[in-house]
Design a protein around this ligand. Structure first.
Ligand SMILES: Nc1ncnc2c1ncn2[C@@H]1O[C@H](COP(=O)(O)OP(=O)(O)OP(=O)(O)O)[C@@H](O)[C@H]1O
Ligand SMILES: [Mg+2]
Length: 301
């Protein structure tokens, strides 16, 4: 059993500006905006949804197969994936592009300015979902637009059950496209904001969405855990108290890694969600999406 994780592999560069953006950006001068922020602290993290989800699934002992497109600057990322025992033959290296990267400046009030360069991610659609029977479960996580459309289609055609996880990619799609994703998917995973946007665009409710061929709709609620919807029935699975709240980046991906682990093992959705909440709470106590140490036995496995 192998789980194909379609999404991005990216680098996140996070810098800290010791002042306030509001004091540097003069409202009456924004038509000639030209500002420079001195950022004495800088960290670089391995990120992207496919990388984060694979980190969590592999850490739990699951069979993660990331599928993404990167640039030649990702050699250290590929080596990192291999160090988890993960195969990388479905990670396409695009010669003339950079790996996707986010460059983030944070000020003392936690306001953020982000530049996101998609780079090689724009070519992710060139790799198809293997139809040779080697893949038994999948997820379509935020990725290039064309890649998300094609990979969902290919999973459906191959008869491989998959989780639709539109995340921050959701605004790229209109109601008809989102309906099509839902029709093709087996489960849908969203945070509460995304659940509202998806339902608005399709013109439905989570309850109605779950009364369908879907085996479940999971809506994550931050510290409150999540809701699991099955055939119109809602079950709240309470959150787990975090040791410390340090950085929410990648909590959603940690949750999804656990969800896929449970689905690989045929668990009921509520049990998958309990593990997701435990892993999400562990993640939030660490900076970045891949710096928490996963000990399956400490998570009750
Ligand atoms: N403050 C918290 N304390 C404990 N667990 C948390 C907390 N925040 C998030 N989690 C866990 O992580 C899961 C996902 O979080 P959330 O609902 O915030 O997703 P998200 O908005 O997609 O996050 P992101 O996109 O930033 O990774 C939650 O369902 C919960 O299990
Ligand atoms: Mg999210």
């Amino acid at each position: 059993m192998s789980t194909l994780i379609c999404g991005s592999l990216a680098f996140d560069t996070i810098t800290t500006f010791g002042g306030r953006f509001g004091e540097q950006i003069l409202p009456d001068q924004v038509h000639i905006l030209n500002v420079s922020f001195l950022v004495p602290t800088l960290r670089r993290e391995f990120g992207g949804c496919a990388g984060n989800i694979a980190y969590n699934l592999a850490g739990l002992g699951g069979q993660a197969v990331p599928m993404a497109a990167v640039g030649p600057d990702a050699a250290d990322y590929l080596a990192r994936l291999r160090s988890w025992g993960v195969r990388t033959d479905l990670v396409r290296v695009v010669d003339d592009s950079y790996t996707a990267q986010a460059i983030i400046i944070t000020d003392v009030d936690n306001n953020q300015i982000t530049a996101f360069h998609p780079g090689a991610m724009q070519q992710a659609h060139l790799t198809p979902v293997p139809a040779d029977g080697s893949i038994t479960l999948g997820i379509v996580a935020p990725d290039g637009r064309e890649a998300m459309l094609r990979h969902a289609e290919q999973f459906a055609r191959a008869g491989v059950p998959f989780v639709f996880d539109p995340g921050q990619g959701l605004p790229m799609f209109d109601g008809d496209e989102l309906s099509r994703f839902v029709q093709q998917a087996t489960w849908v995973a969203l945070n509460d904001y995304e659940a509202r946007m998806l339902c608005d665009r399709i013109g439905t409710s989570v309850e109605a969405l779950s009364r369908s061929h879907l085996r479940g709709v999971i809506v994550t609620l931050g510290a409150d855990g999540c809701e699991v919807w099955e055939q119109g029935r809602r079950q709240h699975v309470p959150g787990v108290r975090a040791r410390e709240v340090v950085d929410p980046t990648g909590c959603g991906d940690a949750f999804r890694g656990a969800l896929l682990y449970g689905l690989e093992h045929g668990w009921p959705l509520a049990r998958c969600a309990e593990l997701g909440n435990r892993l999400g709470a562990l993640k939030i106590a660490h900076r970045g999406g891949q710096n928490h140490v996963i000990e399956p036995s400490a998570l009750g496995l």
